[in-house]
Design a protein around this ligand. Structure first.
Ligand code: WT7
Length: 651
């Protein structure tokens, strides 16, 4: 390691290994190591031939002429090919018995249920596509979707895709200002929303927020409103129309447009840590290919399965793994509108029992909340339908992984820890549940066709068990194409940090078996006495203590050590805070990973500040730990009261 480019050091060691359960392996879509290795070998020998062979699984109106055109950092996949995603997700299944199969089983937070078969979903999508056309939306126009998690959101997405309009979904928790900025950045012509939705027992108003935003959005010509809560709202004459009324005025036939493989499918804004949100642009053919394949390989979906990804459709996880990936595979998707703890902390387990969910995909932040609420909640329910568990969004602490395995999976279900980003479009690093032996806390290995490495800032590959920067070395079909309206930022942010490769912004280590361990965002790295430590390892050491549910560590400037480590810790339900426990936790970290990582200060708290997608906002904690005042942008904070409480706890 050169002293000019101090790298990230790794202290963690995790020895447990869990081979895929034999029973699972036997019926898995990819169930033999030989099959897996041969895919991998094929992909690395000739990536383009491999991707072309994989792309045969999609329905193309016209085959491509060229698999890949690559001029760093711009990629075009399946050039000359014509397809339609909504056709792939719907029409394709109407030719078989799948037409009468449930595509979506939806449960609202107040308890109502709706089921849409593939045939029903298809006709709704066609109708709404006609509504879009009637509203003046044309191929290439942008449409903003600001909606609760209801089937109409999936219908609207697929309808946009059907006519070649580019959707931009803005999560229903964002403010009028954030919505306005996103609408203006993308120049949206139409907004689709609802009167409101439900969350944790209350009604969340959406339409009033849209009204506020639309005061300053010159490109918007109309607004379509779904009646969800029935609450009284303002309808602006000439601009606003009810979804259910418009749907009556159109017919249920609308052929899918034959779109270029590189046609823009969607823009999705991601905030990053600072600065203006970036409109990540995904296109059609390459994106669908990887969403489709990863869903099939990693979630092992079979026709008889009920699959549930708990993400809101407003995040990329919802785009790829609630809508496009599962539907293109003809799966039955469960959707739940509301909070995991309404009316009680066992709502998720109740849903799994009620519907017989087989495949369950959620986030570490949710798992840590379940741990904090206590295992009595899942233990009340029959979870025996589950056969596969997944996680995404943050590094999962090995102890949280073990809890997930034992308490939810009863030691029977493989866990797929899937690493990817809004920018990557689809999962890049993950076990295949029928073949990969898993290690708690590791996303294991990159998928066939994905070439990942760990490097120094200077672009040198690091050795086994050394920390460094996670990079992707070859273009992949579902990669972002640019940042909407800011190609320079695209080049600079992702392709200039380390020359010639995609810079993911995460720290990582690869162990001697070639397994990847994500160490957290490089912006959050802590520098102690010249040693750079990733946040994930120190946090996992804390979480491995029986009293700890969740932890976030940050650095505070220190005259002697450069930085001191401050740990914010939440405890599992039954444990009490005390100075003795603080001391014990410090010793515990020293024992687990060494004195270098020993927190200088421990602060107990009831909750940690999170983004609306559930990621811990260490930046805010850093500001608190340093000076008390939080100056930076807090608009992505999920719950403002958490910050108030943290401030109060300090006094
Ligand atoms: C960042 C991307 C991709 C869907 C949801 C988040 C972190 C994501 C993992 C994982 C460790 C993970 C990374 C990544 N991340 N999955 N399995 N293990 N870290 O999408 O909001 O674009 O966030 O989430 O830091 O860069 P996103």
């Amino acid at each position: 390691m050169s002293s000019h480019t101090p790298n990230i050091e790794s202290l963690q060691h995790e020895e447990r290994v869990f081979p895929p359960p034999e029973q699972f392996r036997q019926s898995a879509r990819i169930g033999s190591l030989e099959d897996y290795e041969s895919l991998r070998a094929e992909a690395s020998a000739s990536p383009e031939t491999f991707w072309a062979r994989m792309a045969e699984e999609l329905h193309w109106f016209k085959k491509w002429d060229t698999v890949l055109e690559w001029t760093l950092p711009h990629a075009k996949w399946f050039v000359g090919g014509k397809l339609n995603i909504s056709y792939n997700c719907l029409d394709r299944h109407l030719q078989s018995a799948r037409r009468n199969k449930a595509a979506i089983i939806w449960e609202g937070e107040p308890g109502e249920q709706r089921t849409l078969t593939y045939q029903q979903l298809h006709s709704q999508v066609c109708r709404f596509a006609n509504v879009l056309k009637r509203s003046g939306v044309e191929t290439g126009d942008r449409v903003a979707l600001y909606m609760p998690l209801i089937p109409e959101l999936a219908i609207a997405m697929l309808a946009c895709a059907r006519i070649g309009a580019t959707h931009s979904i803005v999560f229903g928790g964002f403010s009028a200002d954030s919505l306005k900025d996103r609408i203006n950045d993308a120049g949206c012509k139409l907004v689709v929303t609802a009167d409101g939705g439900y969350r944790r027992g209350s009604e969340i108003a959406l339409k009033p927020t849209v009204d506020e935003a639309l005061k300053h959005t010159p490109t918007v010509k109309g607004c379509v409103v779904v009646r969800r809560t029935g609450t009284r709202i303002h309808m602006e004459a000439g601009r606003d129309h009810w979804w259910h009324e418009l749907m009556e005025t159109v017919d249920a036939k609308c052929p899918a447009e034959e779109l270029d493989s590189e046609h823009p499918l969607y823009i999705l804004y991601t905030s990053g840590t600072t600065g203006k949100p970036k409109g990540i642009l995904h296109t059609t053919g390459g994106y669908l290919l990887q969403a489709h394949l990863t869903t099939k390989w990693i979630f092992d979906i079979k026709d008889e399965d009920i699959y549930w990804c708990t993400a809101d459709i407003g995040w990329v996880t919802g785009h790829s793994y609630v809508v496009y990936g599962p539907l293109s595979n003809g799966a039955t998707v469960l959707m739940y509108e509301g909070a995991p703890n309404h009316p009680e902390p066992d709502r998720f387990w109740q849903i799994i029992e009620r519907h017989g969910v087989n495949i369950f995909y959620t986030a570490p932040t949710a798992i840590r909340a379940f741990i904090k609420w206590g295992e009595q909640w899942p233990l009340k329910h029959d979870l025996s339908s589950l056969r596969l568990l997944g996680t995404v969004g943050e590094p999962i602490n090995p102890e949280a992984w073990m809890w997930y395995r034992e308490i939810i999976g009863k030691g029977r279900c493989p866990i797929v820890d899937t690493w990817w980003q809004t920018e990557t479009g689809a999962i890049m690093i993950s076990p295949l549940p029928g073949v990969t032996a898993t290690k708690p806390g590791s996303a294991t290995k990159p998928l066939p066709g994905i070439e990942v490495d760990v490097m120094t800032k200077a672009g040198e590959a690091v050795g086994a068990n050394e920390g460094g920067y996670l990079v992707i070395k070859r273009p992949w079909p579902s990669m972002l194409r640019t940042i909407w309206g800011d190609d320079e930022r695209y080049q600079q942010q992702y392709w200039s940090e380390i020359e010639g490769v995609y810079f993911a912004g995460d720290g990582a280590r690869r162990d001697a078996d070639g397994y990847f361990w994500i160490m957290g965002r490089v912006d959050d790295v802590i520098n102690v006495s010249g040693h750079r430590l990733g946040t994930a390892e120190v946090e996992s050491a804390l979480v491995s203590h029986e009293a700890v549910a969740e932890a976030a560590v940050v650095a505070r400037p220190d005259e002697i050590k450069g930085s001191a480590i401050v740990a914010f810790v939440t405890l599992e339900g039954q444990h009490k805070t005390s100075d003795a426990l603080k001391e014990e936790l410090r010793k515990h970290v020293t024992r687990e990973i060494g004195s270098l990582a020993r927190p200088d200060e421990i602060r107990f708290t009831d909750a940690l500040p999170k983004t609306r997608s559930g990621k811990i906002m260490r930046r805010l904690l850093r500001e608190l730990a340093t000076g008390g005042a939080v100056r930076g942008d807090t608009t992505t904070l999920e719950d403002f009261s958490v910050l108030e409480k943290l401030r109060a706890e300090e006094e």
